[in-house]
Design a protein. Sequence first.
Length: 422
Amino acid sequence: MNVLLLGSGGREHALAWKMAQSPLLDKLYIAPGNAGTAQVGINLPISATAFDEVKKAVKQYDINLVVVGPEDPLVQGVHDFFLADDELKTIPVIGPQKYAATLEGSKEFAKNFMNRHNIPTAKHFTVTAENLAEGFDFLAQQTAPYVLKADGLAAGKGVLILNDLSEAKSELENMLNGKFGAASKTVVIEECLKGIEMSVFVLTDGESYVLLPEAKDYKRIGEHDTGLNTGGMGAVSPVPFADKKLMDRVEKEIIQPTIKGLKEDNIPYCGFIFFGLMNDNGTPKVIEYNVRMGDPETEVVIPRIKSDLLKLFVAAANKTLSNEKIEINPNSATTVMMVSGGYPEAYEKGKVITFDEEFSDSTVFHAGTKLENGEVKTSGGRVLAVTSLGENKDAALKISYKNIAKIHFDKMYFRRDIGQDL
């Protein structure tokens, strides 16, 4: 079968790398892809949100299945675009329809869904310009740190965690006045959950699901979780504290009620659900939903899946996922993200990336790269994810860091403490 994968980051390279191993695959196309995806498939110079161009590619390359990597095309309704088009509606799309994608596209929508279906989450209050005074009152009832979340998508940067009440009030006003554009015209104030975060993922056909390996990612730019939030500086899987007792609770109290809630609310769903969780003294609570895989978590989750990912996608599309079993590699996977100097603020692009030697004990997933005149160059803030497998996280990390020393580009930066808090 011919598959089209939408997206251009490290998550998409990992998905492409895994699908390329499937005996079911004839040709894999990635739109727009990057220098890494070009090694395992054919890149197409098409934006993931240019739906008319996507349609042309689907027809031109006789595509049988579309897999959507990032959130933007999902929230903008790429699945609905296919369903509404007579020439496309029989082609399955892995990724939910627009209304279901509101689980990620709107924090308020997600909170209301969780409340309706008794899914444990933080106390919260929704603020707009009209009820700012009530927002101030709710903030005053909380204890520091204060959590402010832009309701809409803000490229992973719409969350502020502040220790000072007056600063929190001031930033709340800034957000409502457009600090994150239209995404923060509505802001959700949350009680700050205490504990350790983790990410859990399922692939679902809306009826049943398969549970993928869990992961923990590292959002802050600085070591010891200091500095600005980023799209993610590294990840580990499995998560040492995610024992059977905790994961049983996650399935029973969060995953199963979510799938059941989608059915009760008549929300069809085919694709990934990412559960951003807080382990609050052994009680799992939902911080957020995403309607796709996380990045860089994908870069540690996918290498641990021994099963044929493309076969699982076909089952999800056919609503036969209940017949499938997923096989997981018991070893640990770790990834360390190499980023451009200055990221997550201003940074330069176009730096040449060189490798001292080839190595086979790590997989390098490309995130922000491009091919130019035969050279691999940086084209984003997060550039490369160096993923390794080992009998435990320390063994895997040792391999990743050993191989990072063989990779070079001007002003590159990476965290040296990934996984050390566990």
